[in-house]
Design a protein around this ligand. Structure first.
Ligand code: PHE
Length: 341
């Protein structure tokens, strides 16, 4: 029996290899492995083999059966491939799925770069700071009292008591002043984090651009002029801006900056909550304690700083009503802004 198996192994492989159509293969499958096929008959004949040899022969036959089955499958794939090439199964003239086009920058990044470009035009340069920040730079050096509510775990993601995810880009002010002698005019764009529940106007991560100008005799008038230039450039309109007194620990005096509503030009509408004004950033004159933390000489310099949310600026410019749209990456939304800036 062993010889018959060996012969069938060689002979079967040859016959499968020389089959040229799927029908040939089917016939071969029946002839070899079918109910009355050669391998099946041998299996049936096992009962006549001497009892001592039976397990070995059985195993041999099963191996042969598996091998021939695999050869039949492989040859079928080969023949199938030829058939697709020859026949009409693949019609290359049918219209295909239109390509979606090359990738592009996200609206937030385009907005961020457009804002930076305006400030480069005003003579600013760009700096960066870490997103994982020391509590010292995020708060202490910025003159936050120890018991200030913003340090509360509600607002800040702490990694350990001394390290947090920065809640604002303002810490980059101090890091920069520590290593730079005035005069300086710089912007610091980047991502910030706050422990907020997401809703139409809040996200636990968003983008800010911080601005810092330090020199001798820098005044509030310089701040107003810089912000007006930015608004005119970015929103392309002559909307006036106004300063409202506010409080930030790291600026004194501090203001919130509003621009006249781009949608109604000050008349009052749904976008501006009928006030005619839209808040666009926080700003103020750098607090002497911040200069002290940065190691600047007493009274030698003055400066201003401002911080705006990129998300908010983009939403105002393009009439986007929900901040979450900026983070969901739905192409139907994003593709509307291809090449806008
Ligand atoms: N860091 C402030 C905020 O996130 C904004 C700000 C920056 C205010 C610079 C004044 C000066 O709300």
């Amino acid at each position: 029996m062993k010889e018959t198996i060996d012969r069938l192994r060689i002979d079967g492989a040859e016959r499968i290899g020389s089959a040229t159509t799927e029908a040939d293969l089917e016939a071969l499958r029946t002839a070899l492995l079918g109910r009355k096929g050669e391998v099946t008959l041998l299996l049936r004949g096992l009962k006549d083999v001497a009892e001592a040899d039976r397990p070995k022969m059985g195993a041999e036959l099963n191996r042969l059966k598996g091998e021939l089955g695999a050869l039949l499958e492989a040859r079928l794939v080969e023949l199938g491939g030829t058939e697709v090439m020859d026949g009409p199964a693949l019609d290359l003239t049918l219209p295909g799925t239109p390509p979606t086009g090359p990738g592009t920058n996200h609206l937030l990044l385009t907005t961020l770069e457009a804002v930076c470009d305006i400030f480069y035009g005003l003579g600013f340069s760009r700096g960066v700071g870490p997103e994982v920040e020391l509590d010292y730079y995020n708060f202490t050096a910025l003159n936050f009292p120890d018991d200030h509510p913003a340090r509360d775990i509600q607002d800040t993601f702490y990694i350990n008591p001394k390290v947090c995810l920065r809640t604002q880009t303002s810490p980059v002010q101090v890091r920069t002043m520590e290593i730079t002698e005035p005069p300086l005019a710089m912007i610091f764009p980047g991502r910030v984090y706050r422990n907020e529940n997401a809703d139409a106007s809040h996200s636990s991560e968003f983008y800010q651009i911080e601005g810092l100008v330090v020199g001798e005799a820098i005044s509030m008038a310089d701040l107003k002029d810089t912000i007006d230039s930015f608004v005119r450039n970015f929103f392309g309109a002559n909307e006036p801006t106004r300063f409202r007194p506010h409080y930030f620990p790291f600026t004194e005096p501090s203001v919130e900056v509003d621009m006249q509503c781009v949608a109604c030009h000050g008349k009052g509408c749904g976008v501006c909550g009928q006030t005619g004004w839209l808040e666009i950033m926080g700003a103020g004159m750098v607090h002497p304690n911040v200069f002290k933390a940065a190691g600047y000489e007493d009274d030698k310099y003055t400066g201003f700083a401002f911080g705006m949310g990129i998300d908010r600026i983009a939403m105002l410019k393009y009439g986007i009503g929900d901040i979450r749209l900026l983070y969901e990456n739905d192409l139907r939304f994003l593709n509307q802004f291809r090449g806008v800036l």
